[in-house]
Design a protein around this ligand. Structure first.
Ligand SMILES: [Zn+2]
Ligand SMILES: [Zn+2]
Length: 262
């Protein structure tokens, strides 16, 4: 299984997962044209996309989800509450995303290469989910757009080999930064986004001996820096005795990342 972050941040989020013959997108938060450019950079051939999964209805995740599914003839999986949403209605093939129970995604010849588990997250768009992908003993987890840390959620998503985790903001930069007060309150609130400190606390329960790559995701361009997010992540990994054993990357808003072998 390989995971490629196509875009990450408030300007749009998307990741590509390839497992055996099955290729899927998690979110399509850029415009359709920008999504195609990022997919080209990830060397996904035409007709290669089998599934599009959506974490939640916010536009930085759902913007072109229906369009991408339609263009690629892919199945769009989204929560029941999103079925009438304009961004997903354009898909021709729609499937209700089960939240909680695991399910298998079918490849082009009916093979069941990858198992998916969607887990509910506290965020100001209901429902919002994190995804766990299992192929044999390989596990990848994508967890962004979470308002506060939750040990139970971390436990249910633990054991990943590759973990994409939101490090949205530095608490001091948000507090002293230029955002209007109401927006600051929303982001820092229990249904907003994870600060570096909160993300590190989630990481304490998510990380295990199996983790080899951690991707810091959904960084705010205004209220965070890569240096501060990396500092928080490394301090946490040091405390867990995992320093030097885990590669830490920062996901980019502007370009397709390298494919990460899970
Ligand atoms: Zn978001
Ligand atoms: Zn969101």
């Amino acid at each position: 299984m390989h995971l490629t972050v196509l875009a990450s941040g408030s300007g749009g989020n998307s990741a590509l997962i390839r497992a055996g013959e099955t290729s899927l997108l998690v979110d399509a938060g850029l415009t359709g044209a920008a999504m195609e450019t990022r997919l080209e950079a990830a060397r996904l051939g035409p007709g290669g996309l089998g599934h599009v999964l959506v974490t939640h209805a916010h536009l930085d995740h759902a913007r072109s989800a229906g369009k991408m599914a339609r263009q690629h003839g892919a199945m769009l999986h989204c929560p029941q509450a999103m079925m009438s949403n304009a961004s997903v209605r354009r898909a021709k093939r729609l499937s209700t995303l089960p939240i909680g129970p695991s399910f298998a995604l079918e490849g082009p010849r009916g093979e069941r290469d990858v198992e998916v588990t969607a887990v509910n997250l506290p965020h100001d768009c209901s429902p919002t989910v994190a995804f766990r992908f299992d192929q044999g003993a390989s596990r990848a987890v994508i967890l962004t757009d979470m308002g506060h840390e939750d040990r139970g959620i971390a436990v249910s998503l633990a054991g990943a080999n590759v973990l994409v985790l939101e490090f949205n903001h530095d608490e001091r930069m948000l507090e002293t930064g230029p955002y209007p007060w109401a927006l600051k309150r929303r982001i820092a609130g229990p249904q907003g986004h994870l600060s570096n400190t909160q993300a590190a606390r989630m990481l304490q329960h998510l990380a295990s001996e199996r983790l080899h790559t951690l991707v810091l995701a959904h960084l705010s361009a205004t209220n965070n820096t890569a240096e501060l997010a990396l500092e928080a992540a490394h301090a946490c990994l040091d405390g867990l005795g995992l320093a030097g054993r885990v590669r830490v990357l920062v996901a980019s808003q502007d370009e397709t990342g390298e494919p990460i072998a899970v």
